[in-house]
Design a binder for this molecule. Structure first.
Ligand code: ADP
Ligand code: MG
Length: 327
């Protein structure tokens, strides 16, 4: 029933940062190379995500925001080898349940764009022509308008700023994963963070660290697994400075075990010689059949069948490096 659906939607559209993440992932899935995010009242009044991706054909628009519609997974096999970021078919429909959603979109075959406004069931309630170039702009306004407790919870300035930080953080991890994508994040009309189109994950990581940082790079390859790590020793912290970015097959992930290995290595490196803790980026490539991203709703935890091998390689690679840097 309606209440059950409202609760279920609340689990996808849990926070401003999570909504932005879903929208940005949709843009990335549409092969956008330029993504601009604007937050008004830190996203609580309005989240706008503009991309230059494929756009949504008008024939698909009546389904796009329906629950369990996706243009991405066609077969069970696709579910086993998920290449796209979104595949749960519920991000847009969930946002329609808890906010006002409008989508302006144009594919390369269309002569002009169309603005669609959606109702709480994700059904198009009005449409009119407009004038954007190819791509999509999704606007989510009045988030949690019908969940007063949650809206109240996110209303404090502290919570709101935290959501912007979280957004910035995941944009950083995506920017390392996908160096060629350009990002801009605005909040209250101010540019919070941006990243130009770059050529390599290394340059993206350097960009995330900020000017003047030095990066050490190590690589290791065995049995279908490829590891690459960037880290710096001299990161004087501006933000949470012990952050390690972990990317598996171009997907930013969180993994407690991998994180633990990285942290223990990093604290060894630290040696109290430096003001701040270093930051690292670990890039893991495994055959796509070896990972299962379909674990939890925000998809940042993945199951990796080769996890033990990865951990072993990582420890070895870091040990070698630690010894080398001592001599
Ligand atoms: P999913 O990403 O799991 O497919 P969503 O609810 O996030 O489900 O999106 C539903 C559908 O809407 C997508 O499958 C896609 O076809 C379309 N869509 C959403 N956002 C965009 C976008 N920015 N560009 C192109 N298509 C989009
Ligand atoms: Mg999606």
């Amino acid at each position: 029933d309606e209440t059950a659906r409202l609760i279920a939607s609340g689990q996808v559209a849990t926070s401003v940062a999570n909504c932005v993440k879903e929208l940005v992932e949709n843009s990335l899935d549409a092969d956008a190379t330029n993504i601009e995010i604007k937050l008004d009242k830190y996203g609580l009044n309005k989240i706008e995500v503009r991309d230059n991706g494929r756009g949504i054909p008008s024939s698909d628009m009546c389904y796009a925001a329906q629950q369990h519609y996706t243009s991405k997974i066609k077969t069970h096999d696709d579910l086993l080898v998920v290449a796209t970021y979104g595949f749960r078919e519920e991000a847009l429909s969930s946002m329609c349940k808890v906010a006002d959603v409008a989508i302006t979109t144009r594919t390369k075959d269309e002569l002009y764009s169309t603005v669609y406004t959606l109702d709480s069931n994700g059904i198009v309630k009005s449409q009119k022509p407009s004038h954007i170039a190819q791509g999509s702009t999704v606007v989510v306004s009045n988030l949690f308008k019908n969940l007063p407790v949650r809206r109240q919870y996110f209303s404090s300035i502290k919570k709101q700023k935290e959501q912007v930080k979280l957004t910035e953080d995941f944009l950083m991890s995506y920017s390392i994963a996908l160096p060629s994508v350009q990002f801009k994040l605005f909040s209250e009309r101010m540019l919070v963070w941006q990243k130009p189109r770059l050529l390599s994950q290394r340059s993206s990581f350097l960009h995330v660290l900020g000017a003047g940082m030095q990066v050490i790079e190590r690589e290791s390859s065995s049995g279908g697994i490829h590891l690459k790590i960037f880290f710096t020793k001299n990161y004087s912290c501006r933000r949470s400075c012990d952050r390690c970015f972990v990317i598996i097959n171009k997907r930013p992930v969180r993994d407690k075990q991998i994180d633990k290995v990285l942290r223990s290595h990093i604290s060894k490196q630290d040696d109290k010689k430096y003001a701040g803790w270093p930051v690292a980026a670990l890039i893991i490539e495994v055959p796509s059949t070896e990972i299962d991203v379909n674990v939890n709703a925000n998809k940042t935890e993945v199951l990796l069948t080769m996890k033990n091998n990865v951990l072993k390689m990582l420890v070895e690679m870091l040990q070698d490096d630690f010894q080398a840097s001592k001599t």
